[in-house]
Design a protein around this ligand. Structure first.
Ligand code: BG6
Length: 447
């Protein structure tokens, strides 16, 4: 039978495939969100059959894989991803199981060192033909390690593929609360009218993790928190928080506004703090003299008419007290509040991204009773547990969007370019490396 959808995964024996891609595909298939006429081809050089492959994948993840469903559409295909003749064999096979309308997704879950070779082979073997938007390429960060290398990677991709055929994944964009940012801002009068420097005093974008680097020493030590988290996830959140409304709610219009934000960033050079958790140097395969940061904090200004003068605090790090990510908007006190001789708080809007989605607005209110006492009360909603079970994982949403050709949740090259430009600027700021044992020590240094 010919398949309507063929997803081919390069690097299919890795962590990402086991932990994220296979579970997401299984769920989309089981819920019939994607066609039942799908084939997922997992490439690897080991001598597996499909059953052995899936069993090996199960060993890589603590969650149980939906093997009954996966075995219906996954197929292991043995090949050397450096060998062009193997690509030609793959192409012959794919053609035999597809028709002229089939959608082809090539997912590169591979390291940056082989990206160029794989892209070239995909193009030369005609797995992807230039401009055919039914044949697309998906890949993940790192998109280079600085501006110069990112430009080279991108130029290389543009040699073979049209921008419309390239999907750059930032999995934070698939998270529910990040997708909700534009709705909260632009579909609510109370926020839309107050989303600027007249009302907002400061913004925090904090992404904290409790885990260390796990078993990713090789990648992490060459990256560090700034490139691993800020260049991608945190700058994406920042751009969604600070952007102006787009002329149309369509992918390119939204990106046009996001990129303006990233280009307008002005770092507060004196605020930059880099940290490394105690014990990092003892992690397996980390050089004993490594200076890689596992924590970064800085203040930045968004130099646009909307936000000029408002400090945005950016923080991310590993081995902190808990896994928690949020955006916190602090409002100015009202002019009337100044006249009151009472302890009044400024309103805060907290948008919780992890570990669950929630929105909390704190307001001042009179305490019930005969006295004029005030208290802070919270207007909030949380994704309730019954709904939570149904909340799609980021990768489900992103894979579905690729299948449907919806590009809003993927990054465009100019966003990446502007992000690297900014990251290279931060790298130049004078900073030392503070060795931390607890989040508390870091917070004391910041405040
Ligand atoms: C990845 C980073 O992009 O995001 C990891 O490479 C980090 O270092 C992870 O742990 C965090 O993602 P999430 O979805 O668990 O918050």
């Amino acid at each position: 039978m010919k398949n309507d959808l063929i997803v081919t995964i390069f690097g299919s024996t890795g962590d990402l495939t086991a932990r994220k891609l296979l579970p997401a595909l299984a769920k989309l298939y089981k819920q019939k969100t994607i066609t039942q006429n799908v084939k997922v081809i997992c490439l690897g050089r080991r001598d597996y059959d499909t059953e052995t492959y899936l069993n090996e994948m199960q060993k890589l993840t603590s969650k149980s894989l939906d093997l009954p469903h996966l075995s219906k559409f996954v197929e292991y295909f043995k090949m050397q991803i450096t060998d062009l003749t193997d690509y030609q064999k793959l192409n012959t096979y794919i053609r035999s199981i597809s028709n002229e309308h089939s959608k082809h997704i090539y997912y590169l879950a591979i390291g940056p060192e082989i990206l160029a070779d794989v892209a070239k082979n995909i193009s030369e073997s005609k797995l992807i033909e230039f401009n055919n938007t039914n044949q697309v390429l998906v890949f993940e960060k790192p998109f280079g390690h600085n501006l110069e290398s990112a430009v080279k990677v991108n130029q290389m991709l543009w040699n073979y593929f049209d921008e419309k055929q390239i999907y750059r994944i930032d999995h934070y964009l698939g998270k529910e609360m990040i997708q909700n940012l534009m709705t909260l801002r632009f579909a609510n009068r109370i926020f839309e009218d107050t989303w600027d420097s007249k009302s907002i005093e400061s913004v925090k974008i904090f992404v904290k993790e409790e885990e260390g680097i796990l078993n990713r020493a090789g990648y992490y030590d060459t990256s560090g928190a700034l490139k691993d988290m800020v260049q991608s996830h945190l700058l994406q959140i920042l751009s969604l928080v600070a952007m102006d409304p787009p002329n149309l709610y369509e992918s390119d219009y939204i990106k046009d506004e996001k990129v303006k934000v990233i280009r307008s960033l002005n770092i507060d050079k004196k605020s930059v703090l880099f940290g490394q958790y105690k014990g990092y140097l003892e992690e397996l395969n980390i050089p004993k003299d490594s200076k890689t940061e596992t924590f970064v904090y800085f203040r930045v200004f968004v130099n646009t008419p909307r936000f000029r003068g408002v400090p945005f605090e950016i923080l991310t790090g590993k081995k902190l007290s808990q896994k928690e990510s949020y955006v916190e908007i602090s409002y100015h006190k009202t002019s009337e509040q100044e006249k009151w001789n009472l302890p009044l708080h400024s309103n805060k809007l907290r948008i919780l991204i992890n570990p669950k989605g929630a929105v909390d607005l704190s307001i001042n209110s009179k305490m019930p009773g005969l006295k004029d006492n005030l208290e802070v009360v919270h207007l909030n909603f949380t994704t309730t547990p019954s709904v939570e079970g149904n909340i799609p994982e980021a990768y489900e949403k992103l894979l579905l969007d690729i299948v449907e050709g919806s590009r809003t949740l993927f990054t465009r090259w100019d966003e990446i370019e502007a992000s690297w430009h900014f990251i290279d600027e931060i790298k130049k700021c004078p900073h030392s490396l503070f060795v931390y044992e607890s989040e508390h020590e870091l917070m004391e240094k910041i405040n």
